[in-house]
Ligand binder design. Sequence first.
Ligand SMILES: [Fe+2]
Length: 217
Amino acid sequence: MGSINGAGKFGKVKSHSKLAHVVLITNQFQKMVDYYKAFLGAEASHENEIMSFLTYDDEHHRIAIAAIPGTGPKDPRSCGLAHIAFSFDTLRDLLQAYTERKQHGIEPLWSVNHGPTTSIYYQDPDGNHIETQVDNFETNDEATVFMQSAAFAQNPIGTDFDPEDHIRRLAAGEDEAKLKRVEVGPRLVAEKLMGYGCGGIFFYYLVTGASNCGMYA
Ligand SMILES: [Fe+2]
C-alpha cells in the first residue's frame, strides 16, 4: 500500500461510500426504541438500559437510540436535522410498509408526490420526522434531470396523494410507473415559500396550523 497523500487545499475530499447510521438522543428511551423497532421492522444488534443499536439490513446499526440524562424536549424551531429518509425499491413496498405501520398504530403525517419521489412522512414519539419514499424515476440520472427542470423549480414541494387511493389503484392493476409519475404542476404556496428559503415549509406549517412542521424535501 502506498502512502496517503491528500488532494491538497483545493482538491476534493474523498467522499464516503455510504451513510452509515443516525443516533437519536431521547428522554423517553423505551418508547422510542419500541417505536423504531416497529417502524423499521428492526431488531437490536446490541441493547442495554441506555443504548439500543437497531438493524434491519446488512448494516449492524442504521439507527441507534440513546438515553442521555438531561435531554430536553425537541424544539422544532432549532437548527439541525429536519428528517431522516428511508427508501423502498417499489411503490408496492412503500404502501405495504404504510399498511403494516398502520396495523401497529403508526399513522402518517403527510403523503406527497415530490416529483422525484413518492413520499410518506411520519413523526416519532419525540417529534423527529421520518420520510419513507420510493424513487419515481428508473435512474438517478433521470431524477437529476427532472430536479434541474423548470417543472421542479415551479413546484419543488409536490402534490399530496392518498395512500389508500394508491393501494386501491394498484390492486386494480394500475401501473406503478404511471401512479408515481403524476403531473405535479404548480402548487399555490410553492412560489411564495421559495421566498422564505429553507425555512419556508416550516413557516407554511406554522401559519396554516398543520400539526406537522419541519422542512420537507
Ligand atoms: Fe427528504
